[in-house]
Design a protein around this ligand. Sequence first.
Ligand code: ASP
Ligand code: MG
Length: 443
Amino acid sequence: MKVLKFGGTSVGKPERMHAVAQLISGADQKLVVLSAVSGTTNALVGISDLLTKKDVAGAKQAIEKLFGPYDEFVEKLYTTAEGKAKGREVIRQHNEFISAFTQEKEFGDKHTRAILAEGELISTQLFHAYLLEQGYKSVLLPALDFMRIDEDDEPMLAYTEEKLGALLKANKDAHLIVTQGYICLNPKDEVDNLKRGGSDYTASLVGAAIRAEEIQIWTDIDGMHNNDPRIVKRTFPIQELTFDEAAELAYFGAKILHPSTILPAQKYNIPVKLLNTMQPEAKGTVIANKTTEKDIKAIAAKDAITVIKIKSTRMLLAHGFLRKVFEVFEKYKTSIDMITTSEVAVSLTIDNPKHLEAIVAELKVFGTVEVEHDQTIICIVGQFVQENNQIVRRVIDSLGEIPVRMISFGGSKNNISLLVKTHYKNAAMEELNEGLFFAEAVK
Ligand code: ASP
Ligand code: MG
């Protein structure tokens, strides 16, 4: 079976839902994971924030603003009077559910999480009712019946395997199985979620749990691009990526995919395709365990990086120095993204400065410590042949005069990371794009 996930803009308008139904109408059985209608989760975050601040009047207004457009949505989505009545009833119930929180005296986190889950509950109920109206054999399986996270917020894949396996057996005859992305239960049996953008992750987890033949992530862009289209002028879709390359790109800033999505699919070697609902015939990007393409494939960037430099003459010829440094980061559960060392100094980067002060205080025992904020990691991903240094030369040549603070190469065959001041990010991305993808002469 294939798992198909449709993002917020793919279900963001009645016409888009019609197009999705068309896309999934082929004869084979499919599991369909939906996000909330675009804009809904942001609105729900807003409503919860207002309720947290005890601004009940503001929250009521925000609820009205959220649901207003859904009336027209329902009118346009369905063709029959029964369909429209069903759709109106779905909206009425969810409006009532969310509005009830305006009476809640002890509004807190668990209420926020219940509200945040509403977006996916609404989109799937509307869509499922539409499929039934149009005569499809659709079943709506509540994600809360098979998606769970543990104490560490980690999804419980074995639980999903067991529960979803049983549910699918019981629904063998359904043609389309629809479920919610993003939402799950936590160990307290409360409604929870897989963090923003988590519907991709749901699709991958569900795909892994049922050992799907393929996982398709449908968005409104024609695959993962070789560079960030918001920053760089000339970008193009990448046809193939390995799981490792895709994981690096998603982690280092490619917005199209939730960074945790790769792992479950990779574990069971299930290909992930990134496809475009606006252009369904376009090839998109295939992520699998092998690639036929060599060379540099893509560039991504991650901002808000802090670099810490520890300089110590005691490091000279001493062993155990790095261990002591790492122990400090471990103690504060702060992960390190990039690291470079010389004989007397080590520079490393973190993206979570929450415990920075305490970390710096402990590092000062080893030597002098310098901290710089507003740094960006630029990550260049591809299949690099380490026997020749063409890649490094091309990267350096492309950058021209742009100052680089750190370089990391050789950690894997797929990655070169550069650290630059965020101030130089756009220029660096543009220069690298031109130099690595368009300047034939240097290849
Ligand atoms: N609706 C959720 C969000 O906007 C999850 C998702 O769309 O993936 O973050
Ligand atoms: Mg998304």
